[in-house]
Write a protein that binds this ligand. Structure first.
Ligand SMILES: Cc1cn([C@@H]2O[C@H](COP(=O)(O)OP(=O)(O)OP(=O)(O)O)[C@@H](O)[C@H]2O)c(=O)[nH]c1=O
Length: 666
């Protein structure tokens, strides 16, 4: 599992964290997940005696938290999320379940029961996948699991206990302590996932996403039939706690079968209250001989299998000619329609729709048509398509005609003057990449770039064309800059050189976050000449520009060389020329920071890198390990690799003590 591509599978989906816990929000945000926070209204009052094992209580509470939000959102927020995540953390010691203390005395009771002992922290996590259907029904699919971490407390004196309690820290935390802050001082050891104690088992969660998004949980190896474990509506908590006795096994191993059931649930919007609250389990349970637990559903002729290795129920319908699965068809149509969606985005961007609706939100199709000089019919279709793509939304109607406004996505990325505007890059996709991709078949057959075939206008070398290209690079660099600049501790470097740094977008971000650093942007003379169009209003003399060709000219001296989106464009041969020049300009200890899309080792993704390779004239996409090997030949030892929030990964290498000679031939 490579973490970043797993998280990136959720890009563009409405992911909701059903939790008010600031720690959970921080953990998921740091992992690069984009989500909305909708705290659950579910009261944590399930009767603990109903559960055989403490983790069952945590998992059930997590489920109820997530389901409550998943049910509420279509009605209260008028939108159906794609995924809702709920979690519940508990501390268990001496057979007791400790949640958040209600007052200082409760905190004292909890902390003194933990003093000098090992205890377990369980976090139950529930992932609810919501599938909206045409008839306004929502299908829910529930995947849940738990993680256990063991924590040992030192002996706590009375003074220490009260000092800690009076700090106020225990009050909103399970077990009355926060391991991530002052509470860390009370801890002798931790066995297991630290983040699980803090409130969210990130590693286990990513593994589950991997399973979900590789669809492994929908299929068994011998059958391709689909599953139906149907509940006729959303469960209410008390009923759900009445599970068949052997529905779960008590396993401490989180990947054990019983730890991760995936229920396929079905709910009708607008059903009677009674049906919303009742939950019918129509299954009987039996234990398979091969370590699988099977759930038989006689009414629906289906069997749900809790598989041993994935800990996931596979639901298998015994129908012969099963219909194509909705998710499969959706995926195929998404791919088929991908080009239409791209072109709709390009066109709306080129016509200035997002700028217009930013300055004048609430225009109707006719007004937009007039402003952008388009036909009313055409504008209507384009605006509706943009709504369906999540780029625009219609305001609450006050008149019969829909009034349009930008979504957050459009405000953040599609306005031409947004801080993270991708407007320039979108125009580059439309004007340059789109025509190239229309020649893809020839490119594949001939194995050559089709740049020559794409009709060149006479003024391809004009200043305007160059500026447009620089604008594209500038906008995509700005979006990635912060993630690259903050990926590593660079405090030991005082001077940096951004090779091929174009407009300086990266350099200005680097000096913003590294107060001691000065950066020289090194690029071709024509680029440096035009870069002033992109300088920030208040330039800083810690960024300077130097014109030159990094293949031919002497490189500026620096402690740190920065190469963002440069190496993938180079053949191995050219790459060695450049790296040997950088190696020659570097002394031991100097750094080399790469920003690139890193392919997975088996080259199975990410698709953004592999699709980009289809239109590259030379060079190739490489994995982090490949880059690392190439750099090593030039004496740069990989220190760290980081998958950032942006599409690019970052790799920091350090020049070793002695320079290896003649790397291109080694
Ligand atoms: C052991 C421990 C727990 N916590 C916090 O304890 C709360 C548990 O309560 P919860 O009921 O699971 O969550 P909540 O905070 O009520 O939020 P919600 O999900 O809305 O119910 C969560 O916050 C956790 O981070 C820490 O911050 N550090 C620790 O070392």
């Amino acid at each position: 599992m490579v973490l970043n591509p797993v998280i990136s599978k959720l890009v563009g989906k409405l992911v909701v964290l059903a939790s008010a816990s600031p720690r959970r929000q921080e953990i998921l945000r740091n992992a690069g997940l984009r989500f909305e926070v909708v705290p659950s209204w579910f009261k944590e009052t399930l009767s603990k005696e109903l559960f055989k094992a403490p983790y069952e209580y945590a998992v059930e509470t997590a489920r109820q938290k997530a389901l409550e939000v998943a049910r509420r959102m279509p009605f209260k927020h008028l939108k159906t999320p794609d995924m809702v995540i709920g979690a519940d953390t508990i501390v268990t010691v001496d057979g007791m379940i400790l949640e958040k203390p209600v007052d200082k005395h409760d905190a004292y009771r909890m902390l003194s029961s933990l003093s000098g002992k090992e205890h377990s922290v369980f976090t139950g996590v529930a992932i609810v996948l919501c599938h909206e259907k045409e008839n306004e029904e929502v299908d829910y699919q529930l995947i849940d699991f738990y993680e256990e971490t063991k924590v040992k407390f030192a002996d706590l004196s009375e003074d220490m206990l009260w000092e800690y309690i009076n700090s106020g820290e225990p009050m909103d935390k399970a077990g009355g302590y926060g391991i991530q802050a002052l509470g860390g001082m009370l801890v002798e050891y931790v066995h297991g996932d630290f983040l699980n104690v803090v409130g969210f088992p990130l590693n286990h969660f990513c593994k589950k996403l991997d399973v979900i998004y590789n669809h492994r949980f929908l299929f068994s190896d011998k059958t391709s039939e689909s599953v139906r474990l149907i509940h006729n509506c959303v469960p209410s908590a008390p009923e759900l706690t009445q599970k068949p006795p052997n529905a779960r096994e008590d396993k401490s191993n989180p990947s054990s079968p019983s730890a991760s059931p995936a229920h396929k649930l079905k709910r009708k919007n607008g059903n009677s209250k009674a049906s919303e609250r009742s939950w019918t389990l129509v299954n009987s349970l039996s234990k398979g001989t091969d370590g699988e637990t099977k759930l038989h559903d006689s009414e629906n002729k289906s069997t749900s299998i809790i598989s041993r290795d994935e800990g996931i129920k596979l639901n298998v319908t015994a129908e012969e000619d099963s219909e194509p699965k909705k998710e499969d068809l959706q995926r195929i149509y998404e791919l088929l329609d991908g080009f239409k969606a791209s072109k709709a985005l390009f066109t709306a961007s080129k016509l200035g729709v997002f700028d217009l609706l930013h300055s004048k939100p609430g225009l109707d199709a006719e007004q937009v048509a007039q402003e952008v000089k388009a036909s009313v019919k055409g504008a209507e279709c384009l605006l509706e398509a943009c709504v369906s793509l999540g780029l625009l939304r219609t305001k609450e109607r006050t008149c019969p005609k829909p009034a349009y406004e930008n979504t957050d996505l459009a405000t953040g990325f599609l306005r031409s003057d947004a801080g993270f505007s991708l407007h320039g890059y979108i125009q580059h996709c439309n004007d340059t990449l789109w025509p190239l991709f229309s020649h893809l078949e020839s490119a594949v057959k001939e194995g050559t770039s089709q740049r020559e075939k794409v009709k060149k206008s006479k003024d391809d070398n004009s200043q305007e064309v160059k500026l447009r290209f620089m604008n594209a690079m500038h906008s995509s660099a700005k979006v990635a800059a912060k993630a690259i600049a903050t990926a590593f501790d660079l405090s030991s470097y005082k001077t940096a050189c951004d090779l091929g740094g174009c407009t300086g977008a990266m350099a200005y971000e680097f000096i913003k976050v590294h107060s001691e650093l000065s950066v020289t942007v090194f690029d071709l003379p024509a680029v440096v000449e035009l870069s002033e169009y992109f300088h920030p209003q208040h330039t800083d003399n810690r960024v300077s520009f130097k014109a030159g060709d990094f293949f031919k000219d002497e490189l500026p001296k620096a402690d740190l060389f920065i190469l963002v989106r440069i190496l993938h464009d180079l053949t191995d041969e050219k790459l060695h020329v450049l790296l040997s020049k950088i190696a020659a300009a570097s002394t031991p200890g100097c750094g080399l920071l790469l920003g690139e899309i890193f392919l997975e080792e088996d080259r199975s993704g990410p698709s953004c890198g592999l699709l980009q390779a289809l239109s590259m004239s030379e060079g190739k996409q490489r994995s982090a390990a490949e880059y690392s090997r190439l750099l090593k030949r030039h004496g740069f030892i990989t220190a760290h690799v980081k998958h950032t929030n942006s599409l690019l990964g970052a790799m920091l290498c350090v020049k070793a003590g002695t320079t290896t000679a003649s790397p291109a031939h080694s």
